[in-house]
Design a protein around this ligand. Sequence first.
Ligand code: CU
Ligand code: ZN
Length: 173
Amino acid sequence: MSRRQGRCFTALFLIAGAAILAGCNAEEYLTASLEPTQGNSATGEVRFYRVDTGVRVVASVSGLTPGKHGFHLHEKGDCSAPDAMSAGGHYNPLGAPHGSPDASRAARHLGDLGNLNADASGKASYDRVDSLLAYADLTGLSVLVHGKEDDLTSQPAGNAGPRIACGVVKARE
Ligand code: CU
Ligand code: ZN
C-alpha cells in the first residue's frame, strides 16, 4: 500500500468511528420547529427531553418583539391555519384553569409554559424542567408563541394575544 493510500484508509477509519460514536451518543428528544403565522416573523426550535424529574423544555426563538410572549403547549398538532387557530386551546387533559407553570396540577393547564422573554434583538431562550409534564404524552401536541405577555391569570389563556408562531411536537428525525 502506498503512503497516500494509507493516509486515505486512516481518514476513512476515523470518519466511520466518529459516525458510530455519534450514533451511540444520540440523545433522544422531541422537537417542535416553530414557523411564523401569517404576517409574523418569529421562528425557532423547542426541544423536550426526558429527565428524572419530568420534562426539560429548551427553546430558542428569534424574530420576536422585545419583551414577554406567552408560550404554551396546545392540544392539537395542527398549525395549518394562517392564524394557527387550528392548534386548538391549551393542552389541558385535567380540566384545570389557566395559570402559571409553577402552579400546582389543579391550578394550571399542563400546557402552560409561561412566557418567553425576548431581548432587544428579538431573541429568547428558555430552559426549564416541568415536573408535571409526561414525555410520553407530548408527541402530536403543538407549541405556540403569542404576540403578548401571558399574565398567568386571565382565563382561558392569559390574555396573550395572537398566535405568532406554531410548531408540531414530533420525535427527533
Ligand atoms: Cu397559547
Ligand atoms: Zn393555559
